[in-house]
Design a protein around this ligand. Structure first.
Ligand code: SF4
Length: 694
């Protein structure tokens, strides 16, 4: 379909960017998006990214025809030729090396139905080598929370969290990264008197609303959190009744904290001892205290332990299983929660059932006709490491691992090693340049289906227009690939795929596609909704009337009445900085998203921020002869980038900050790939670097 023939219908859908899940609609007069009252954004609030969400849909750079790589470069081909090529090459590789020679990269930006179908394809083919980019942002949070509580998602809902007396926000910057959640749910509570403690090496927009800022040294969250636990014990601010009824391992935990010297741990963490004590008291004295966590905590080689240390605070003080409490990871992409829920992870099946669970595999075999393999597959970074060796072919759905994985120079070499690469995407990216077959997929406004937001609500996306040219809906593409690669039938109707998902995933069992959130009715009512109203929230058991808001009320999600307190020791970062080095940490800004492939195609967002800037403390800049706006070179053992300097006291001394949004300064050429041993998440948040004027 030509661009001129495309018409856009003004129905409601879900913002394609962060995990808050704001409802958007189309405005014909402006050709852009506007907020529409929805389950999360009750008054139709959106942020600058949401307002620019159509810019990528109609962008002239959209891929519109399948392309096959030849010696003369990529050439357009028919869909039949492209799919035949994929079936033939993947078939040859599977025949020669087995199904584990193929790796699948799912997408946190695609729907539940697309992701479910992709993991079904991988598993019917015979491999658990499927992962999504939750591996790179939140896998350590999921690992710790799943292990201790039986569920790796937000314990509470945005709605009830406003009842907290204290917010503890560690390693997250919701004012910029989850703006509508911050403005609509956290800020009103803060203005009403809720104390905000912000733990972050940088002062940013969230810090502006904070009562206490703890500018933690990157990689030193455990000393800080253990010291807070010591203060809670010292001051008698633990909930003895909760400890008796709902926890175990109290004595061993208290013994592990007995030797903690608060002053020494505060110094190690790089924060003021009095501030740390005040934070612990504010958290411990609150009737309801809610913790929020983000990639500042999770993206370390001790990311799982970091979250264990945070969970200890919640359990010690009885801040779990009640409104206004809990531990709440804020999700960064619009379906990063759902992509994992539906099984695009190498060790779990849909609904987080272990691949080793015989009954779970048998249930899938009944639905699919073929039992999935029992051994866990490789994670995303492990797959990339194995390119050209164990892994000979890869199929990438709407992700850009060549830009988003750490140690980018090595990643680029590994992509060269692949025998065969298929990429489904909207635009040319760092990853598509290695594709043997490049398939033009669909943008958010071109698809029906569901996504699951940060507080576990499944929301309906609605198609407003068709993909441009010969581009196809992603679900059609995955279903077509599935049928050709496995010989099994694959449904391409989102409603039918979702209903299949409810049959195989107990946490979605009570949901129905038609029952999720009637967009028009919800928009008309405009009221902020409770759990299960509007979207449907998991867990939603088959025999329940609605989903579950606050988790772990009487029992934890794993069925246990008690959860363990877990002693956690400080794990130093993989690489200590030398005397002349600073520590690079990375993150996001309000105007851009992930590797920037979508948001850098918006003129509005690019006008607001067109290039990266290295935040550096004035003292560190002066020592290096760096002035504001000077071009600087940031170099690590892995590689180097250049960026203008932003000399600012907002970042702590010894730390520098870059985003990961800009192709001109691809920060992951610099970051290292030390992995958390449990979650296999890379240590993006701590890389020793030299910084010099250009
Ligand atoms: Fe989209 Fe998130 Fe902004 Fe809402 S807060 S408009 S979901 S980017």
């Amino acid at each position: 379909m030509s661009e001129a023939d495309r018409t856009i219908e003004a129905c409601n859908s879900v913002c394609p960017f962060c995990g808050v899940g704001c409802r958007l609609s189309y405005v014909e007069r402006t050709g852009g998006s506007t907020g529409a009252p929805g389950p999360i954004n009750a008054d139709g609030e959106i942020c600058p990214k949401g307002a620019a969400a159509f810019d990528m849909v109609t962008h002239e750079d959209r891929l519109t025809r399948p392309l096959i790589r030849t010696d003369d470069g990529p050439v357009p081909v028919s869909w039949a030729e492209a799919l035949d090529r994929i079936a033939a090459r993947v078939g040859e590789i599977v025949a020669e090396h087995g199904p584990d020679a193929v790796g699948f990269f799912a997408s946190s930006n695609c729907t539940n139905e697309e992701n479910y179908s992709l993991q079904k394809l991988a598993r019917i083919l015979g491999t658990n080598n499927i992962d999504n980019c939750a591996r790179l942002c939140h896998s350590s949070t999921v690992a710790a929370m799943q292990d201790r509580l039986g569920a790796g998602a937000m314990t509470n809902t945005l709605d009830d969290l406003g009842e907290a007396d204290t917010f503890l926000v560690t390693g997250a910057n919701p004012a910029e990264q989850h703006p509508v959640a911050f403005r609509s749910y956290l800020l009103p509570a803060i203005r009403d008197g809720t104390t905000l403690i912000h733990v972050d090496p940088r002062a940013n927009d969230t810090t502006e609303a904070a009562d206490i800022h703890l500018p933690v040294r990157p990689g030193h969250d455990i000393p800080l959190l253990n010291a807070m636990a010591a203060v809670l014990l010292e001051e008698g601010l633990v909930d003895e009744s909760f400890l008796d009824r709902r926890t175990e391992g109290v004595e061993a935990f208290e013994a592990s904290i007995a030797d903690v010297d608060v002053a020494e741990r505060a110094a190690l963490a790089g924060v003021d001892e009095d501030d740390l004590r005040a934070a612990a008291v504010a958290y411990g004295e609150a009737d309801r205290a809610a913790a929020f966590t983000g990639m500042g905590m999770s993206q370390h080689r001790c990311g799982t332990d970091n979250v264990h240390a945070l969970l200890n605070l919640a359990l010690l003080t009885g801040n779990i299983g009640r409104r206004g409490t809990g531990v709440n990871p804020l999700r960064g992409q619009n379906n990063v929660q759902g992509a994992s829920d539906v099984g695009t992870l190498p060790s779990v099946l849909p609904g987080y059932r272990d691949v080793g669970d015989r009954a779970a595999r048998a249930a899938l075999a009944e639905e699919w006709g073929i039992e999935p393999p029992a051994d866990p597959g490789l994670t995303e970074v492990e797959m990339t490491h194995a390119f050209g060796d164990e892994v000979r072919a890869a199929i990438v759905l709407g992700e850009n691992p060549a830009a988003t994985e750490p140690d980018g120079n090595s990643v680029a070499e590994r992509f060269e090693e692949l025998e065969f690469l298929v990429v489904i995407d909207l635009f040319g990216t760092e990853t598509t340049q290695y594709a043997d077959v490049l398939l033009p997929g669909s943008a958010w406004a071109e698809k029906d289906g569901t996504v699951t937001n940060t507080d576990r609500q499944v929301l309906r996306m609605r198609r407003m227009t068709d993909p441009p040219g010969r581009a196809r809906r992603d679900l059609d593409i995955v279903a077509g690939l599935g049928e050709r690669l496995t010989g099994q039938p694959f449904d391409s109707d989102p409603a039918a795929v979702f209903e299949e998902l409810t049959r195989v995933s107990p946490i979605y069992a009570g949901m129905s596609y038609d029952g999720i959130d009637d967009s028009e009715a919800q928009g008309a009512s405009g009221s902020r909704t409770q759990s299960g109203d509007g979207g449907q929230r998991w867990p939603f058991p088959a025999d329940a009337d609605s989903g579950t808001g606050v988790l772990h009320r009487e029992r934890f999600a794993n069925g246990d009445r008690t959860a363990p307190l877990v002693p956690v020791d400080h794990v130093p970062p993989a690489d200590d900085p030398d005397n002349d080095e600073l520590v690079l940490t990375t993150g996001r800004i309000i105007t851009h998203f992930n590797s920037g492939e979508l948001t850098r195609r918006s003129e509005t967002l690019t006008r607001m921020a067109s290039e990266d800037a290295l935040q550096i403390h004035p003292d560190d800049a002066a020592e290096r002869g760096i002035h504001d706006s000077d071009s600087v070179r940031v170099a690590s053992d892995q590689g180097a980038v250049t960026a203008p300097a932003d000399v600012t006291p907002a970042v702590r001394r010894g730390t520098v900050f870059l985003t990961f949004h800009f192709a001109d300064s691809p920060v992951n050429r610099v970051t290292a790939d030390a992995l958390d041993p449990t979650a296999k998440i890379p240590e993006y948040k701590h890389t020793p670097v030299t910084v010099d004027p250009q």
